[in-house]
Design a protein around this ligand. Structure first.
Ligand code: GDP
Length: 327
């Protein structure tokens, strides 16, 4: 029954009043592939923009099993106990496959889910990481407009998704485990450079000693990196997400970072750079989507792919032909 679908205005009003049901509805609109829903989504985003941009955006990454959801649960509860409203979003590149997601399959953050001041939303799915990331970017705006002042964006430590999350957050936190021996082996250099803090989780029980040693090793290594534009030297901490130890120190560190980078104006500078980046990304995504959705292109692409297979055209010739079809 079409008349029962809530109007864009009703969704927007509810969202701005902090209503979770309407916020979820709005997110479903922006995640939808239906043109009509996307149009509604764009209207809602437009109405939300003046109310957005006021939160602290924190990226959390780490390999599967490192304790991301356990950490976010403890951390989120600490934040809501301090009268914050916390939204948790995820960027899960595996959600682009029909196989289902790495992050979404288990029951996660059971306590935080029940918290009236927390909002948890699994990753949008899409046919590319770029598409998923863009939807998450838009989801940040909606959550901020709904009154969430801390946005946590979780991603798995595999593939390119960290870069995407780094480019939409103010602070980037890498969760690690202490291993035996050389801690720095097997860590991707790019991630070390993105991290504003490395937090060694599962610093409890028999692991405690190894965690402390790993912390020292990371701290030494982090000093070898060139200074960051932010003027911030990344720090290493240990915590036990399970036993709720050391979580408050992580928050204190983030607060220090925010206050220092606001003072030296890096905070706003970074957001402006991120907005420029996302402008270009959105253009790229839109052009690509329109191109591949063009029925003429769809049909001709199949033909050209066959011609390539039969060695009857070159990739460049085929591309030029297809691009001209779309004009
Ligand atoms: P994720 O895949 O990164 O989200 O990891 P989970 O949060 O699901 O945690 C993976 C496993 O590690 C679970 O069995 C957790 O109970 C356990 N775990 C998480 N944090 C800690 C911790 O601080 N200490 C210990 N001992 N176990 C933990």
């Amino acid at each position: 029954n079409r008349s029962k679908a809530p109007s864009t205005q009703k969704i927007t009003e509810g969202l701005l009043a902090g209503n979770k049901t309407q916020l979820s509805r709005a997110l479903t609109r922006i995640e939808s592939t239906a043109e009509k829903h996307q149009q509604q989504g764009r209207k809602i985003i437009e109405a939300c923009l003046p109310h957005a941009n006021k939160s602290i955006r924190i990226g959390v990454t780490g390999v599967p099993g490192v304790g991301k959801s356990t950490f976010i649960e403890s951390f989120g509860k600490l934040l809501t106990s301090k009268k914050n409203k916390v939204a948790v979003l995820t960027v899960d590149p595996s959600s682009t496959l029909s196989k289902g997601s790495i992050l979404g399959d288990k029951t996660r953050m059971e306590e935080l889910v029940k918290d009236p001041n927390a909002f948890i939303r699994p990753s949008a799915s899409g046919d590319s990481l770029g598409g998923v990331a863009q939807k998450t970017r838009e989801a940040i705006i909606l959550c901020e407009a709904a009154g969430y002042n801390i946005i946590i964006i979780e991603t798995v430590g595999v593939g390119q998704s960290e870069t995407a999350v780094h480019s939409m957050t103010d602070f980037f936190l890498l969760l690690k485990l202490a291993g035996a021996g050389d801690e720095l082996q097997g860590i991707k250099r790019g991630i070390m450079e993105m991290a504003d803090a490395i937090v060694i989780n599962k610093a409890d029980g028999e692991n405690l000693k190894a965690a402390k040693m790993a912390k020292n090793e990371f701290n030494r290594a982090l000093h070898l990196y060139p200074p960051k534009e932010s003027g911030w030297t990344p720090k290493t901490l240990t915590c036990s997400a399970l036993e709720n130890q050391g979580i408050d120190a992580v928050w204190e560190l983030i607060e220090t970072y925010i206050s220092e980078t606001k003072d030296n104006e890096y905070f706003q500078h970074k957001r402006t750079e991120q907005n420029k980046f996302w402008l270009l990304q959105t253009i790229e995504n839109t052009l690509k989507r329109d191109f591949y959705n063009n029925p003429k292109v769809k049909k001709a692409l199949e033909v050209q792919l066959k011609l390539i297979k039969a060695n009857k055209t070159s990739p460049f010739e085929a591309a030029t032909y297809l691009l001209e079809l779309n004009e």
